[in-house]
Design a protein around this ligand. Sequence first.
Ligand code: IMP
Ligand code: MG
Length: 179
Amino acid sequence: MLDRDIEKVVVSKDEIEDILLRLSKELTEDYAGKTPIMVGLLKGCIPFMSDLMKKLDFHLEVGYMDVSSYYGGLSGDVDVKIETDLNMSVKDRHVLIAEDIVDSGRTLTAVIRLLKHRGAKDVKVVTLLDKPEGRKVDLKPEYIGVTIPKVFVVGYGLDYDGRYRNLPYVGLLKPEIYS
Ligand code: IMP
Ligand code: MG
């Protein structure tokens, strides 16, 4: 049913599976013996984080944050609102943030700054998708699933108007859905 609204598949189910295998191998090497806190940014992280964590062969703890950002104002700075905060301390812990997509990078930059301010030992980012052309701040995620052009995509966590997060792949919506 949802398939009918999709113009083009951008990252297929098979490609997602390959990405998960590659990222989990890298992470399992890098975090061996470390027990990080994997912090998912709601709600987009859910399918990606859920599938990825099952392939990670090291001890970790899981936490979630829901953060929204507002741009503009006279300063042009980003103001970040924490809708739901982490319910655990990150002091002296390795933190691995799991994101669906990095676009401008503003939300993540604010979250990274906050977690470091709270005493995290280090904060790294694993993202399924990266849109470097959209970047407004200097931010490079340590672990990237796949780089895509500056297009609006849905599925596998990513929404349009709150919907399509449950699509099992990433795709472009048909133009008539927006209008
Ligand atoms: P930014 O990096 O601060 O600009 O914000 C990234 C957030 O914007 C992501 O976590 C998504 O929630 C949302 N976002 C960015 N690009 C897309 C897209 O193509 N589809 C759906 N959501 C997107
Ligand atoms: Mg998001």
